[in-house]
Design a protein around this ligand. Structure first.
Ligand SMILES: [Zn+2]
Length: 67
């Protein structure tokens, strides 16, 4: 009666459906391995894209130069 059924969710990495349970430290991933793969992918590709040259830096130095 007190045993709640964990809802099934799809792992963001491999798409495998697994129970979303608080006993799984890698949730919402199905396993620690999928979690590491996804984090590694994020750090390796998407983070680099997000940290391109900051356009605000150029704009600020340009404004101060006009003075
Ligand atoms: Zn997975």
């Amino acid at each position: 009666m007190s045993q709640a059924t964990a809802p099934l969710v799809a792992c963001p990495q491999c798409g495998k459906r697994h129970p979303y349970h608080s006993s799984n430290p890698a949730r919402p991933f199905c396993s620690e391995r999928c979690k590491l793969i996804d984090l590694g992918k994020w750090a390796d590709e998407e983070y680099r894209v997000a940290v391109q040259d900051d356009p605000f830096q150029d704009e600020l130095s340009g404004l101060s130069g006009k003075h």
